[in-house]
Ligand binder design. Structure first.
Ligand SMILES: Cc1cc2nc3c(=O)[nH]c(=O)nc-3n(C[C@H](O)[C@H](O)[C@H](O)COP(=O)(O)OP(=O)(O)OC[C@H]3O[C@@H](n4cnc5c(N)ncnc54)[C@H](O)[C@@H]3O)c2cc1C
Length: 402
């Protein structure tokens, strides 16, 4: 496999790099680096303006077909865009759910009307989305969804609670998995609804995270309403659509993340050298090991993307998730050990927000990496059952669903 850019890809890389440089030294100079891990709440207005600017110049949804507002860019160029984006220290994207999850789902399963109504808001960066899957009793076990939607004339009326909903505090819309057949159990009788967030029946309560900031929320639906035709796929067949959405998670974005991981590791190596911690023989081993594992992660991600024209399927997707999440969590622990005693002290005022340095923030937020997007244990289950043909784990009777 030749890993060098083809002439077309090299031209594309130069175009992307130039655009980012012009923007991030000009109008959006203040946006550089905003919203990174553990600081996702930063700079809302500037980042919304940034999303619109990306949309205006055709830098959102570049892998989508041209007819839906994308560029129809091949996988190689999607990877290049993600790499250059992170390299330029551009602000963290705030419509990942719209661009990465809902948009591809609508392209695959939406009606003509739904595509016409919602895709432009995503490509133009004007409508933000959040993902309403997890509930207090439905995380890894998503089929245990209890949120209900009932038809009332031309509308659905939704009641229930979602949790861990990232960016719900900023989102205009939520794609919500609900139970629409009251007598159903598990994955049967679910539907995939598009629900407006700005209405009296929706309450968003931010959850304060261990970093001291709030990236995700509880979302309460109490008689919230949406139009009857805003069901993606068939009524009571939402499980198929919900799983399709999950298959779109990750993939090409991971190589951009690898660029960011490399930057974090380089900072840590620099810190270890400057503080003399690199003289510690055990820390030296661990730093070298982190470098080697990151190298393998990059090569494996490149390998899994070769020849891929859609979502990355198991086992590659599960291996990649396990590998990067565990690597990053371990990097956080290593960062604490490089910091030494200083790692356990944070600045700030008593009972107020505390100030963390980058290493502490990576350590705290990376604890989430092995949980969201399918926890490590769930990835092991997928590999065990679907790849190795091991016996499936016993099914437990669902709680509360008759
Ligand atoms: C930062 C962050 C952002 C998130 N954003 C969103 C979002 O925007 N929208 C959304 O809907 N959700 C979101 N989530 C929720 C995420 O998808 C869930 O946390 C995840 O699915 C795990 O569910 P849970 O937290 O209920 O844990 P549980 O499912 O209760 O799991 C608890 C523990 O048990 C283990 N476990 C569970 N089942 C099994 C099994 N069968 N075999 C072996 N071990 C098992 C798990 O691995 C875990 O260690 C987010 C989570 C985080 C951390």
């Amino acid at each position: 496999m030749d890993l060098h850019d083809s002439p077309e890809d090299a031209a594309f890389r130069a175009e992307a790099r130039h655009w980012l440089e012009v923007q991030l030294t000009g109008r959006f100079a203040e946006a550089r680096g905003l919203g990174r891990m553990g600081l996702q709440h930063e700079g809302r207005q500037l980042r919304q303006a940034w999303e619109r600017s990306l949309g205006e110049d055709g830098w959102t949804c570049i892998g989508w077909p041209v007819e839906y507002g994308g560029r129809g860019a091949p996988v190689s160029q999607q990877v290049i865009w993600n790499e250059e984006y992170v390299r330029a220290d551009a602000p963290a994207r705030i419509n990942v759910m719209g661009e990465g999850l809902l948009g591809p789902t609508l392209i695959a399963y939406g009606t003509v009307e739904q595509k016409r109504r919602f895709l432009p808001g995503i490509t133009q960066g004007t409508e933000l989305w959040c993902q309403g899957y997890s509930e207090p009793d439905a995380g890894s076990d998503l089929a245990n969804v209890q949120t209900r939607a009932v038809r009332d004339g031309d509308e659905w009326v939704i009641s229930g609670q979602k949790v861990w909903t990232s960016y719900a505090q900023w989102a205009d819309w939520c794609f919500v998995v609900c139970r629409t057949d009251p007598g159903s159990a598990r994955h049967k009788g679910l539907s995939y609804l598009l629900v407006p967030m700005d209405q009296p029946g929706v309450e968003v309560r931010p959850i304060r995270q261990v970093t001291g900031t709030s990236e995700f929320n509880e979302v309460f639906f109490d008689g919230a309403r949406t139009a009857a035709d805003l069901v993606v796929g068939e009524v009571n067949d939402g499980w198929r659509v919900a799983l399709a959405t999950l298959a779109f998670e990750r993939g090409v974005g991971l190589l951009g993340d690898v660029v960011g991981f490399r930057r974090e590791l380089d900072h840590l190596l620099d810190l270890a050298r400057r503080t003399g911690r690199s003289d510690d023989p055990v820390l030296r081993q661990r730093l070298a090991d982190a470098w080697v594992r990151l190298f393998i992660l990059r090569l494996n991600t490149l390998r899994s993307l070769t020849g891929v024209d859609g979502p990355v399927a198991p086992p590659e997707a599960s291996i990649a998730k396990l590998f990067w999440a565990t690597w990053h969590r371990d990097l956080g622990e290593l960062a604490m050990d490089v910091l030494g005693m200083r790692s356990s002290v944070a600045g700030g005022v008593p009972d107020g927000p505390y100030e963390l340095d980058d290493e502490q923030r990576i350590f705290l937020f990376s604890r989430a990496d092995t949980i969201y997007g399918g926890s490590n244990e769930i990835q092991h289950n997928i590999i065990g059952e679907r790849v190795l043909g091991l016996p499936p784990e016993p099914k437990v009777a669902s709680k509360g669903v008759t």
